[in-house]
Design a protein around this ligand. Structure first.
Ligand SMILES: Cc1cc2nc3c(=O)[nH]c(=O)nc-3n(C[C@H](O)[C@H](O)[C@H](O)COP(=O)(O)O)c2cc1C
Length: 251
């Protein structure tokens, strides 16, 4: 799939929670597996394992059933949650761009058998399948997101930051902040309020990985070469409650 198609999907995708429970055709599942096995990592030294599992392998708790799930496992190394967010957001956009609904799901958990089937740490599930509701948003106003000036103090990079602003996040907490300039954008996480923080803490770094992927995809869409680095010179914003994660260099 062209990067342009993934980029354009940023501005219409939504979480799908109502599914037609008929399993997808085998040839579609094969294509999905192919894409899934070729995701770009943020850090290729971190082992990640992705498995497509059925609803019988999932304890759904309050969530409605989906015909398929991706179970995500990772080696618990420095930066692993950001890496998972960055990788699996490629999947979320690919599925949506292919006419298939999907939703990151932190609430359900795989069954014991599935958990015991991997040596890595279980991180999260992504539900997917044929949507039983509208697949896309038809207007940007349907996105509930913070305004740009609440998540960034950079001028003249709106085109890139808009892509990050529309990223999905656990509980829609949007725990990110961007500073720097158009050549180097520094990405930070921030803490949601106390109660939400208790529930969503686990996902903050994962959410930032999702936004970081949107940022990189946007820069590449505008013809830039990108690199994601850890910059020792990134400003310390801890007094504002922001924790530095990584920087995107574009040229
Ligand atoms: C890490 C993560 C975990 C999530 N967990 C759930 C979940 O358990 N149940 C759910 O209904 N939505 C879940 N979501 C979806 C978010 O609620 C959704 O992305 C957010 O509200 C923004 O809405 P949108 O994706 O439709 O743009 C999760 C999203 C992320 C990124």
């Amino acid at each position: 799939m062209e990067k342009k198609e993934l980029y354009e999907t940023i501005f219409k995708r939504k979480s799908i929670r109502n599914y037609d429970l008929t399993p997808l055709d085998q040839n579609i599942l094969t294509k999905i597996s192919e894409f899934m096995n070729n995701l770009t990592p943020l850090d290729s030294d971190i082992k990640v394992e992705l498995k497509i599992i059925s609803p019988d392998d999932v304890k759904r708790r309050v969530m409605k059933k989906a015909p398929h799930y991706i179970a995500v496992f990772s080696e618990p190394k420095e930066g692993y949650l950001t890496n998972v967010g960055f990788m699996l957001q490629q999947m979320d956009l690919y599925l949506s761009a292919s006419g298939i609904g999907s939703c990151w799901q932190g609430i359900p958990k795989p069954t014991k058998d599935v958990l015991q089937g991997s040596d890595l740490e279980f991180i999260i599930l992504i539900a997917f399948g044929k949507p039983a509701e509208s697949l896309h948003r038809s207007n940007l106003s349907e996105f509930k997101r913070k305004p740009l000036n609440e998540i960034s103090d950079i001028k003249n990079t709106d085109k890139l930051l808009e892509a990050a602003r529309f990223a999905p996040s656990a509980g829609n907490s949007q725990p990110w902040f961007f500073t720097g300039d158009e050549n180097m954008i520094h990405v930070y996480s921030n803490k949601p309020g106390f109660i939400r923080g208790l529930l969503l803490k686990k996902y903050i770094r994962l959410d930032v990985g999702i936004a970081l992927y949107h940022l990189k995809l946007a820069a590449e869409n505008f013809g830039k070469e990108t690199q994601i680095t850890f910059e020792k010179t990134a400003p310390d914003y801890s007094n504002k409650g922001y924790e530095y994660i990584a920087s995107l260099i574009q040229n």
